[in-house]
Design a protein around this ligand. Structure first.
Ligand code: ADP
Ligand code: MG
Length: 260
């Protein structure tokens, strides 16, 4: 298991409210003939920190991409912050402005500076004036501890720094929910910790988070719930302690025996 998460976390500060942030009901999705997500039911309350685990190809990315409509589902309902995801573009825009996403490959714009990467969406989507967008960007670049890189280009930064920029860039849109899809999988081991530390801080501040990750140390320490997916289904979910020490299904046991 990765030793990347060493920091002590004060879980007592991390509250989960009764307010529902995301509700997925009987959701199914196909890629052509291939039934990729099967009857997904998931309620995420505000302040929850959910880790999604499961073998490669089990549908983890597809599921979280459906939450901000990077992928379209064909059956069932997804409600984010009270707004149902339909083909209505207004709803999609509203949800995308509330849901931030970080990917394995940081997807920064290489020809824009770090600061410009962070101000682009606030200026063009939120119509925030440039000066104000820059102040917000600097605030979040300080938060991820790289304000001194603001005028450099992504290619001049390490992978860990680029991923922290990607997180800061998402935060500039003031999202209420953050989705992470294997944010540390493309990083060298020594850079994993700095990105996980940033995510831990977000969790401590009460951000609602869904994280696909293989960092089981992070799951144990930060998640309030671990979800295990296999073959397009949510097979099992539990608080980390129970999930790791007392897995119920054979598929979960097999998965854990392979990764721990
Ligand atoms: P995971 O993130 O758990 O590795 P994915 O959600 O990426 O899984 O993929 C689930 C399954 O769907 C895999 O079998 C994958 O090959 C398939 N898949 C993913 N994206 C597409 C796509 N755009 N078109 C067709 N099949 C896809
Ligand atoms: Mg994936």
């Amino acid at each position: 298991m990765s030793q990347a998460v060493e920091r002590q976390i004060d879980r007592s500060n991390m509250t989960v409210s009764d307010e529902v942030a995301i509700q997925i009901t009987n959701m199914n999705k196909w890629y052509g003939e291939f039934h990729v997500l099967r009857d997904i039911n998931l309620t995420v309350n505000r302040g929850e920190r959910i880790v999604i685990a499961g073998p490669s190809g089990s549908g983890k990315s597809t599921m979280i991409r459906c939450i901000n409509r990077l992928e379209e589902h064909q059956q069932g309902k997804i409600i984010v912050d009270g707004t149902e995801l339909t083909s209505d573009l207004k709803n999609i825009d509203k949800i995308r402005s509330e849901v931030g996403m970080c990917f394995q490959h940081f997807n920064l714009f290489p020809h824009l500076t770090i600061l410009e990467n962070c101000t682009l969406a606030p200026m063009w989507v939120r119509k925030t004036p440039k000066r104000e967008a820059e102040e917000i960007a600097m605030h979040f670049l300080e938060k991820v501890k790289i304000p001194d890189q603001a005028h450099k280009y992504p290619g001049m930064l390490s992978g860990g720094q680029q991923q922290r920029v990607a997180i800061a860039r998402s935060l500039c849109m003031k999202p209420r929910i953050m989705l992470f899809d294997e944010p540390t999988s493309a990083l060298d081991p020594e850079m994993i910790k700095e990105v996980l530390d940033t995510m831990i801080e977000l969790a401590e501040e009460g951000m609602t988070m869904l994280c696909v990750t293989h960092e089981m140390g992070f799951a144990r320490q930060v998640a309030n719930r671990v979800i295990f997916m296999d073959q397009g289904q949510i097979v099992e979910q539990n608080e980390p302690e129970e999930f790791f020490n007392n897995p119920k299904s054979e598929r979960t046991k097999l998965f854990l025996s392979q990764i721990l």
